[in-house]
Structure formats: C-alpha cells, structure tokens
Design a protein around this ligand. Structure first.
Ligand code: ZN
Length: 344
C-alpha cells in the first residue's frame, strides 16, 4: 500500500484489525536471524565502513590538486564518508547493531557518533533510543525531525537550512550539555579531537591552509545534508499520530506511523537500509543491522500485507512534492516539539 494518497496529518485514528500478534512476526524473523551468518549480521556493513574509510585516501590526495574538478571530487568523497559514518554507522552504533559484544558496541558508539559524527552518544540515547523508538508518532514526544523552524519559508527550510547542519550540530550538542559539565567536557573533547584530525589531514596531506581546511571540511560535510533532512521528515511526519494515553500496540504503531522509501544506491550506502528502504523493519526490530533489515524485509512486508495492516511506501519525489505542497500543514501546524533529534 502506498501511503501518499492516504496520509492523515495528526490525531486521526485508523481502523486496524486487533487480532494480529507481533509475536508471530518476531518468531519468523527470529528464525532468519538464527540461521544468519556473521557476514549477514555484521560483515556486510563492516565492508561498507571499511570502503568509506579507504575512500578518504583518494579524497585527501585529490584535494592536493590545484584544479577545481579533482579538488571538488575529493571533497565529495570526504563528505560521503562523513555522511556514512555520522548517519548510517552512528545510527547502527547507538542501536548496538554493529557487533555482538556490548563492550565493543560502547566503544564504537563513542568512536563513530562522537569523534567522527560530532553528536553526543548520551543525547542520541535519550532522544532516539528512549523516546523516538518507543514513542514513534506519539503526540508530545516529538516526531523524527532533526529540527523544525516554522518561521522559515518552505524552500529555505528544505533546501538551504540543512547546509548549516555540520556547523550547527556540534554547537547545539555543547549548548544542550551545559550544566552537565563532565559530559560536556568529555563529549566536547571527543568532538574536537575528530574535527582536529580531519583538519590536520587536510592541512598536512592535502596541503590546505587551516582556514581553507575548516571551510572545506564543513562544506564537504554538508554534501548530503539536504536529503538527510528530507528523509528525516519524510518517514514519520504526515502519518497518523496518537496520544500517549490512547495508542495502538507496537505492531500497529509502527505499521501506520513509519514509511519506507525505495532503494537508492547513494542513500543506501550513506544513510543505510534501516533509514531508507527498511525503516518499517528497523522500527519493528531496532537491534538488527542494516543488512539484516534488508534480509527480513520480504517477511515483514508479507506479514503486514497478509494481515491487512499498512506497509507504507512512497517515492522520494512523491514525498518531496507532498511536503512542499503541504508544508504549512505538516511542518508549521504540527504539535510543537522542543527536542533536537540528531539522528533518524
Ligand atoms: Zn533507530
């Protein structure tokens, strides 16, 4: 079922069968997980991580060029790597879906999310794991949007403001941690260390001045900021929302309140399947890695459609047109949210 034609904005209950058990779906998915190899569970995603870190080698070398074309190509490579690490990998890290070891999961969270991604692990836990996932589309608990600025005109919000995310994110994290001094010092140290290493490589490998290095770094990190904000709002906003006191069970909540976009080579790599084409699967089974979400997708889709539950899908362009046309209704008049949500 395609959601675009049937979305409700807010506070509209949907008719759902009440006899479908998530336990049945969990058992089917559990069977697949049990039979899956390390390669399926974690290996594929680690190959993608390795590929993008290796992409930094040609990136820094290309940026040594005096010509614009190779320089820009190098900056794009660096920006794509940053998007992959900060969004796809940071998101998986905070869900502990990069490896089986709890101790290593903790390490990867700080490495990928704070040092490389300039976002706070604690904030990601508080906002994404403790609120966004358990209270998806519950009014008053925020939607999925990283930020909403109702005073901004639609085209500025959707196509210009996202470009400030790389600069805005670490500043916002530091501001949000004011008062929580130990956490602020630790997180700021990690974020600054990541930025310093990136700037150091740009100065010493690519031969840029410090000023140019910082400007290039922040510009390159914005290479996918616009689709990031788009995807961020496309997959929950405009779908049915519920009150905290009166909301359906988890299976129905995720079936009605989450939407999948089609696969896309760049976004699959840089944002991950659990954020793009398997967002429904991710909300139902948040501990699974991107590759496993892709693997269980046919089972989830079949289960939901067979039980007459929505399986929301829409194209990127379809959602883009929908949000531009109904920006006021979707992004300005929604229940107010005050939280900043750093990842999808
Ligand atoms: Zn998540």
């Amino acid at each position: 079922m395609t959601m675009a034609a049937s979305v409700s904005v807010t506070r509209q209950r949907v008719e759902l069968p009440d006899n479908v058990s998530k336990a049945e779906l969990t058992a089917k998915v559990g069977e697949v997980v049990k039979k899956s190899s390390w390669w399926d569970m974690y290996g594929v995603d680690w190959c993608i991580i390795t590929f993008f870190y290796l992409l930094l080698i040609p990136a820094f070398i290309l940026m040594r060029s005096q010509h614009w074309a190779p320089f820009i190509l190098g900056a794009i490579f660096m920006g794509l790597t940053h998007s992959t690490i900060a969004t796809k990998v940071g998101h998986q890290a905070v869900h502990n879906s990069l490896c089986a070891s709890k101790r290593w999961s903790k390490f990867w969270q700080y490495f990928f999310m704070e040092i490389c991604g300039t976002f706070s692990v604690d904030m990601a836990h508080n906002i994404h794991i403790k609120v966004h996932h358990p209270y998806t589309n519950i009014i008053g608990f925020g939607d999925s949007s990283t930020f909403r600025v109702p005073i901004l005109p639609r085209y500025i919000y959707m196509f210009v403001s996202p470009l400030l995310i790389p600069v805005f994110t670490p500043l916002f994290v530091m501001y949000s941690l004011l008062g929580n001094w130990i956490e602020l010092i630790r997180c700021t140290t990690f974020i600054m260390a990541g930025l310093a290493v990136n700037a150091y490589l740009l100065v010493n490998v690519s031969g840029l001045s410090l000023q140019t290095a910082i400007f290039t770094m922040m510009t390159a990190r914005a290479v996918l900021s616009i689709p990031y904000i788009h995807v961020n709002i496309f997959q929950h906003i405009g779908l049915p929302m519920y009150s905290k006191e009166n909301h359906p069970k988890r299976l129905y909540l995720m079936s009605t309140g989450v939407l999948n976009l089609p696969r896309n080579p760049i976004l699959d790599f840089c944002f991950g399947h659990s954020i793009i084409s398997c967002h429904v699967e991710h909300h139902l089974f948040p501990d699974l890695s991107d590759n496993m979400c892709l693997k269980i997708k046919p089972i989830v889709r079949k289960f939901l459609t067979r039980n007459s539950l929505p399986y929301n899908e829409a194209t990127y362009m379809n959602r883009l047109k929908f949000f531009i046309q109904r920006y006021e209704e979707l992004m300005v008049k929604l229940p107010p949210i005050t939280e900043f949500i750093g990842i999808q």
